[in-house]
Design a protein. Structure first.
Length: 373
């Protein structure tokens, strides 16, 4: 029983120490420091904006209208749609837009394969990738391209703003998660680099881009890791805004989070030997990557260990813990607790699927989020 108690309390202390310690460090960093990057507002490189599609007839017209409404010199913006074997009217709709380069694949082989093909047709100095079901703020290119004036910047992403943050408990959980997420990504960018990117919008220097693994799930994060491996910075730009719907049902949120977690875990294991406590990568190797690995892989396992070992604790200790937990669920902070547990469950499923190769690199659409026209 003493060993079980030791395992329970050690797991709890480790979780509290890492999460609260990292959160406080990130909060302090954001409050007291600024991103030190050379910027030049007049710097406007040629951009190739890539939109991967598969059966996007309900969203692609609105996406292209949003794209051509971006404030950026038209002679320096190339729009490419890479379609992966759509069987609906996606290609027909795209062909209505004269200034779009349409590249097609006969069969669907996954987003990573589509991007690898699209990269070969891009003429821009910067490759920007955006999802068909997201919308970009009109100044997002102006807000982000100026950071590439600094030769140390290799990639960047922006800030996701939810369209429906208060629609349900599931959307409120995502809103709560996003607040924590953006703080962490901002701080990591200030300290060194952030390893986790947003699929709805990310941008990379073309000359340092490498092909993705064909079975890659989190292509955005894999590209960020590849860029950081080459000693370039990977940043989140907080005032580069894009919008997206989030699932209204917890069942859909779990599906989305589990797949996202699976993809990030896949990337982390692939780059583990490169970054984990590697002094060559400074803060990124010593702190950022190890903590992100802990949060996505180790933390969910510790939560399971805590749940199992708690059943063998003395009765009065177990009752006290349950009462404390119930009290916390009655407080306004309960959404944060539910969000944490929900994310841990998603990461645990992602780890399981990665370990047992139970996955497909072809994204399954969450219909509840595809409400743009």
């Amino acid at each position: 029983m003493e060993i079980i108690g030791f395992v329970f309390w050690s797991s709890l202390i480790m979780l509290v120490a890492v999460y609260f310690g990292y959160y406080f460090l990130c909060w302090y960093t954001v409050k007291t420091k600024k991103l030190k990057i050379k910027k030049n507002k007049s710097y406007k490189p040629h951009v190739s904006l890539i939109i991967p599609t598969w059966n996007e007839e309900n969203t692609i017209e609105g996406k292209l209208k949003n794209t051509f409404g971006l404030k950026y010199p038209k002679n320096k913006l190339e729009v490419i749609v890479i379609d992966s074997g759509s069987t609906d009217n996606t290609k027909k709709i795209v062909k209505k837009f004269k200034n779009v380069k349409l590249i097609t694949e006969k069969t669907r082989k996954g987003k990573a394969n589509a991007l690898n093909k699209a990269f070969k047709f891009c003429r821009g100095e910067i490759l920007a990738i955006t999802d068909a079901d997201s919308r970009l703020k009109e100044n997002i290119l102006l807000k982000t391209m100026l950071y590439f004036f600094d030769p140390n910047v290799g990639a960047l992403t922006g800030k996701l703003v939810l369209i429906n943050p208060d629609e349900s408990m599931a959307t409120k959980a995502e809103k709560n998660y996003r607040g924590f997420y953006h703080l962490i990504r901002n701080a990591e960018s200030i300290l060194d680099s952030t390893p986790i990117f947003h699929g709805p919008y990310s941008a990379f220097r073309k000359d340092i881009i490498e092909d993705l693994f064909k079975d890659s799930i989190a292509d955005d994060t894999e590209l960020a890791m590849r860029v950081r491996k080459k000693n370039f910075k990977t940043l989140l730009i907080d005032d580069a805004i894009f919008w997206e719907y989030t699932p209204t049902k917890f069942s859909e949120r779990i599906k989305l989070k589990q797949r996202r977690a699976h993809g990030i875990i896949q990337v982390m294991f692939r780059f583990f030997s490169t970054f984990f406590f590697n002094p060559h990568y400074s803060w990124f190797g010593f702190l950022i990557f190890p903590v992100e690995f802990f949060m996505h892989v180790i933390s969910p396992i510790l939560v399971v260990i805590m749940i199992v070992t708690s059943l063998f604790l003395p009765f009065y200790t177990l009752v006290s813990l349950l009462v404390m937990f119930l009290i916390l669920l009655l407080l306004p902070s309960r959404v944060f607790i539910l969000t944490f547990l929900h994310s841990q469950y998603a990461c645990l499923k992602g780890t399981f699927h990665y370990a047992f190769r139970k996955h497909s690199y072809k994204w399954e659409k969450i219909q509840g989020t595809r409400r743009y026209k």
